[in-house]
Every structure is written in C-alpha cells, then in structure tokens.
Design a protein around this ligand. Structure first.
Ligand SMILES: Cc1ncc(COP(=O)(O)O)c(C=O)c1O
Length: 408
C-alpha cells in the first residue's frame, strides 16, 4: 500500500473528475474540488488497530491524506489534540457527557495548523514555490508558519481587525503581510489580483485549493478514534468558511465507507455569531446557499465570513445529519468563555466559546438531551485573544496590603 490512496479530485457541484497530480484551484463551475481516495484498497490493507499503533499526529491517517511521498510531509507535530470531558461545565448546562476537542494545543494554537500542514505539504509536493491567501488571522499565521518550515514563500492579507498576535506570527515567519481596511472578502479580492499579476504563487484561499479541507477532516477521524471508533451524538463547530464542518462530514462518510463506523452519523451543528450569521439565515429559510450578511461584526473574529464559497456544503452536511445551525450573541459567548475557564481551567477562543453558548441554548430549547454525548470543537486557544477578557483588578502599592479574602 502506498503512502496515499488519493485517486482523483471531484467537483463538489457536478461530480466531474479532475487530475489530482497537477496544481488545481476550483472546478470549471467555480466550485470547491474534493479529494477522492481508493477506499476499497485502504479498507483491504489498513485497520483501526494499525492506525492506533502509529505516532500521535494527523499523519497517522496518511492513506486518506493527499501527500503521496512521506518525504514531502511538512510537520510541526500537529494532530491528536485531546478530547476532554467537561464534567463540571457540562453538568451546569444539563449535558453531563459534554466533551471538548481542544485544538488550542496544536502548533500555532489553532486548528488552522491542520489545513496548513496538509495544504503546504501537498503544494510543495506539486512544485508550488509560494502560497497566497486572505485570512481572518489564524489561517494566515498557520500557513505562513508551515510555509516557512517547507521553504516556501507566503503572501498573506488580513483585516486590520484580525487578532493582532496573528500579524506577529506572520511577520516572524517571514511572510509578506498586508493589513486590509475591510473584511476577509476584501482581502481576498486583493490577493486574487496580486496572484494574477505575478508568477510563482498558488492562491490557497478557503476551498479554492483542494487540500486544506483534507487536513481539517482529520478532526473527524480523531474524534471517532478517541471514542474507541464510536460516534458521538452531536458535534458543534464554529462556522466561518465552514471548512472544518465540511471536513468532519467528509471524514464520517469516508469512515462509513471504510466500514470502520456503523450507525447514525452525529448531528452536525454549525454555530455562528448573531453579528455574522449567513449560514444560519439560509438554514432557517430553507435555502441551499446563503446571501452575503450585511455589516458583519463579532468578537469571534474567525467566524466573520459574510459569504462562504462552501456554504452549500455546510448546509448539506447539517441537513443530511439532522443537525442544525444556530447563532449566539457576543455577550453570551463571552460569558461562556469565562464560565468554562472558571469551572474547567481551560481558556478557549471566542469561536469555541460560541459553541459552548450554542450547546447551552440548544439544551434549554430541548434540542439537545441530557443523554447526548456532544463534542464541541474548541478551534483555538484563548491566549490568542487576550482582549476578550476584561481585567479589572486593583494595582497595589508595594507598602500596602492584600485585602482580606472576599466573601464567596
Ligand atoms: C479560531 C477559529 N475558529 C473557527 C474559524 C472558522 O473556520 P472556518 O472558516 O474553516 O469555518 C476560524 C477561522 O479563521 C478561526 O480562526
């Protein structure tokens, strides 16, 4: 069995086949291309036990990843993030079996490292010399970091409001970085024009190259493996472009085809912020695609995506699994970020906190039951967003005293 069982690429709208061994962008109709594998061959040669014996990185699933030659793997040790029980917080919202897949603990502090590791590795394998992308911050930081590791150049454009640490990460990694006075779509237009006018770069915007999603789908493989090849009942995901959710759904379908899981798939929940909820609006109105969300704004900056290229794929995944889409307010998600940290000792990003708020609300509404085994994706570490916690504490003079213990 070779390192990868990649067979071809397929248009997500028309199912037309494309050659996977040349650099590809979107399909002829402008839709994302999805990687397809010879899963029969994988099922005949690989077993969950073999996977379990491999090192704890996402490359343990290499047969269902696109890199053909292991020598081209660019890795910083990404993957196999913890799946943590949240007994105290879960009980407080009436979901005692709540778990969190903590993506704050992988390189660059967000799940974006998964897409970057696989995307950059495959780009290098196909002879790409530089990558260019618009970003809400974390993806740019991850791609710049992995590009540096791979010896590729990177051109990154992000909104001025993106988390400021992500600028520093790009600069430290030697990226060509631009701040844009606008949103991610505006940054995308500038990057697109720049790539058209200069050679040597592949545009790797969300779902405009086929392999970022392959990295992100490994979250789905890991959740299933970490549960002993069993399925949870529900998975919550903070959806901007929605790549993680589309990827997890793709992983579940592949796992079913491999024969490694049985039964009903988990209900997938797309979580957005009230200040930018195009997918929730489309879900509620029964539409198959979203319309651009006006004046988008939320403290959960990673999910500020007014119109996503893969929105129809997110909606398809949510509906096919009898999941749902829900928007939460910034006030609610910030409150849950604090409550979770105080109860469980884990400081998560506001996007992950949006999922906690969504779980709480869906439990209150009766959509989630007390018996549900629910997994929340925390997509990044809270440390990347220090401004989300107001710190209002006294500064003491050196010759003063710490006051008596406050009443509980
Ligand atoms: C921390 C975090 N969570 C979630 C997302 C949304 O990811 P996607 O665009 O793949 O839905 C982002 C995107 O920037 C992010 O940085």
């Amino acid at each position: 069995m070779s390192y990868s069982a990649l067979s071809h690429l397929e248009c997500s709208r028309t199912a037309q086949r494309y050659d996977a061994d040349v650099v590809q962008g979107v399909s002829a109709v402008g839709a994302p291309l999805l990687a397809r594998y010879d899963l029969e061959r994988v099922a005949a040669t690989v077993t969950p036990d073999i996977i379990a014996s491999r090192p704890p990185t996402l490359w343990r699933y290499h047969e269902v990843l696109p890199v053909r030659d292991e020598a081209n793997v660019v890795s910083l040790g990404e993957g196999m993030s913890p799946l943590l029980p949240l007994p105290s917080y879960g009980a407080s919202i009436g979901v005692p079996q709540l778990m969190m897949k903590d993506e704050g603990l992988i390189p660059t502090g967000t799940f974006k490292a998964r897409g970057a590791a696989v995307g950059v590795s495959r780009a290098r394998e196909l002879g790409v010399k530089g990558v260019a992308m618009p970003t809400n911050g974390n993806a740019g930081a991850a791609w710049a970091t992995y590009a540096a590791r791979a010896g590729l150049t990177s051109l990154i454009a992000m909104p001025v409001d993106a988390p400021s640490i992500t600028r520093a990460e790009c600069v430290a990694a030697g990226a060509e970085l631009y701040l844009v006075d606008g949103l991610i779509g505006d940054a995308g237009k500038l990057v697109n024009a720049a790539v058209a006018a200069r050679s040597g770069y592949q545009e790797v915007s969300t779902l405009k190259e086929p392999y970022r999603i392959e990295g992100k789908k490994t979250m789905g493989y890991e959740i299933v493996e970490q549960l002993g090849w069993q399925l949870p009942d529900v998975i919550f995901y903070p959806a901007g472009g929605g790549v993680g959710l589309i990827g997890i759904y793709k992983a579940l379908l592949e796992l079913r085809e491999l024969g490694w899981i049985q039964g009903e798939l988990p209900r997938l929940v797309a979580v957005q912020a009230e200040g930018c909820a195009p997918i929730v609006q489309a879900y509620e109105s029964g539409a198959s695609e979203s319309t651009p969300f006006p004046d988008a704004r939320t403290v959960a900056f990673g999910i500020t995506v007014p119109k996503a290229l893969g929105d129809f794929l997110v909606l398809e995944a949510v509906r096919a699994t009898e999941g749902t889409a829900i928007a939460v307010s910034d006030a609610d998600l910030l409150a849950e970020q604090r409550r979770l940290a105080a109860r469980e000792g884990t400081f998560i990003c506001p996007e992950g906190a949006a999922c906690m708020a969504a779980a709480k609300q869906l439990r209150e509404a009766g959509w989630l039951s007390e018996d549900d085994r629910a997994v929340v994706l925390n997509t990044g570490m809270g440390v990347k967003y220090p401004e989300t916690v107001a710190v209002d504490v006294p500064t003491l003079a050196v010759d003063s005293q710490i006051p008596p213990k406050p009443a509980a």
